[in-house]
Design a protein around this ligand. Structure first.
Ligand SMILES: [Mn+2]
Length: 481
């Protein structure tokens, strides 16, 4: 069936429905939230009674999005008592409740006219929906308890299934599924435009466009994943033309967490030192570095692991950190199984495992300590290698470069691409309606020359260091980094 036909069926079904239940999949992400909340806003504009139920709380990183508070944790239970007003003749302007000492008043203000007792009815238990719309959901099981506890409802009430997952099970009465779509929100844009025509109402606004663009940005990894199609770019440009707050999305989802870390990276890379003879790579981070980059001490966590993967010629990688409590800590990683990181850490009173270890020393003078620490590691390596300085000199030519700083710098630059891959102003202009070109909209947006980090799965996860440690054989627990 052609999409145009499916869109028409959706419009017909929505037109016939009054109480609509919207269900995003779990775990919730930018696409699920962007789809569900935008659908809520659109259907409200069409005068529908809309409920969005999501078993999960909105992730902190997405809490900047408009109207995420409309998400309800669960469907009304059978314990609830519902007062209903028939609004077929008279529309409601406002509903308020007033709690008095021995009673609760529910105040219903009509738009025009007057409500009578005839229009009021009471029901116990669950609200009856006449339409369910699932968004970004490949399988009803992803709806978790909403589905598990209300399976009957899914048999009785028609379901519109809007999704882009290849694994979609086509469980809906209407399946608006396009696996070529980069996000569910990308599918919603043309649908909402069709609604505008069909219902003759202007629906798209800045908030709705922002929600849709969020799904597109998060599902494509800021337009860097393979699912980024030319159409996805065109839709992004169109959404920006509708007023989607692209900078806010990028800022909230990527920059706030990672810009500080990128700056810290820059500092750390500029201070990298190598000892080719004894195959040591090290760097230092001071309290000034943290302050000036506005980063936190924990943010060095994955830096040492990144250093390790980019230092093929190194055997020992050390990160020396000046801590806020006037102590100095060191994180050690070794790439060669023959080099025991825990033995090195023991020199400084620390410990750990063969590939990852750490230590902490009380004296906070990093300038002095750095030299001492590295000297002792040199000694350790000299003994272990038990080769003469001359022998090492001779073999120097065959050595692989000890660390690929260039590659590391490229990693930092990759982040910049995320920013650059957003649609250009020219592309956006194409979609702008002429009357929208007001001069104040052209306010120069400051585009930072600092880069976005390429989003990776689990990048923001505080347990990242843990995970990495777990990849190193023999490492059982986390070390201070
Ligand atoms: Mn999605």
């Amino acid at each position: 069936m052609k999409f145009a036909e499916v869109q028409k069926q959706i419009i017909e079904l929505i037109n016939r429905s009054e109480k609509i239940l919207i269900l995003p999949s779990t775990p919730v992400d930018g696409d699920a939230i962007g789809s569900a909340v935008s659908m809520y806003m659109v259907l409200r504009k069409l005068g529908k009674k809309v409920t969005v139920v999501c078993n999960e709380v909105v992730p902190e990183v997405l809490s900047f999005l408009p109207d995420t508070n409309v998400l309800e944790e669960k469907l009304l239970s059978s314990k609830d008592f519902i007062v209903s007003i028939d609004t077929r003749k008279i529309k409601v302007e406002q509903v308020k409740s007033q709690v008095e000492e021995n009673k609760v008043n529910i105040i219903i203000t009509p738009k025009d006219g007057r409500f009578t007792e005839e229009e009021i009815s009471f029901t116990e238990g669950q609200e009856e929906y006449d339409l369910i719309i699932t968004v970004d959901t490949a399988d009803l099981k992803q709806l978790r308890t909403v589905y598990e506890e209300n399976m009957d409802m899914f048999h009785e009430v028609p379901v519109i299934n809007i999704d882009h997952h290849i694994s979609n099970e086509y469980f809906g009465k209407i399946n608006y599924v396009d696996i070529m779509s980069a996000s569910t929100t990308e599918l919603l844009l043309p649908l909402y435009e069709k609604f505008e025509e069909a219902f003759n109402v202007e629906l798209m606004d800045e908030d709705i466009a922002t929600l849709l663009l969020t799904g597109l940005i998060t599902d494509t990894g800021s337009f860097q994943n393979a699912n980024t199609t030319p159409k996805a770019f065109a839709h992004a440009a169109q959404l920006i033309a509708y007023g989607a707050r692209q900078q806010e999305i990028i800022q909230q989802i990527y920059k706030t967490k990672q810009l500080s870390q990128l700056k810290l990276w820059g500092r750390l890379l500029s201070k990298i030192q190598t000892d080719e003879k004894y195959k040591i790579v090290w760097s230092t981070v001071t309290q000034d570095d943290f302050k000036e980059t506005k980063s936190k001490e924990e943010e060095t966590g994955d830096i040492i692991d990144e250093l390790m993967t980019n230092a093929p010629g190194a055997e020992v990688i050390v990160l020396i950190k000046e801590r806020s409590d006037d102590t100095i800590s060191g994180s050690i990683r070794t790439t060669n199984p023959a080099v025991d990181a825990s033995q090195i850490a023991e020199i400084f009173g620390g410990g750990g495992h063969s590939r990852a270890a750490g230590f902490r020393i009380p004296d906070g003078n990093i300038g002095l300590r750095e030299h001492e620490i590295i000297e002792q590691i040199r000694e350790f390596q000299k003994e272990r290698l038990s080769v003469t300085d001359e022998a090492i000199e001779e073999s120097k030519d065959e050595q692989v470069p000890i660390i690929d700083v260039e590659n590391l710098l490229n990693r930092v630059k990759e982040a910049e691409k995320a920013q650059q891959s957003m649609p250009s102003e020219k592309e956006v202009e194409k979609y702008k309606k002429p009357e929208e070109e007001e001069p104040e909209e052209k306010e120069e947006e400051h585009v930072s020359d600092l880069e976005l980090r390429q989003p990776k799965h689990g990048e923001n996860d505080d347990s990242k260091d843990d995970q990495n440690d777990q990849n190193i054989p023999g490492v059982l627990y986390k070390f201070e980094d």
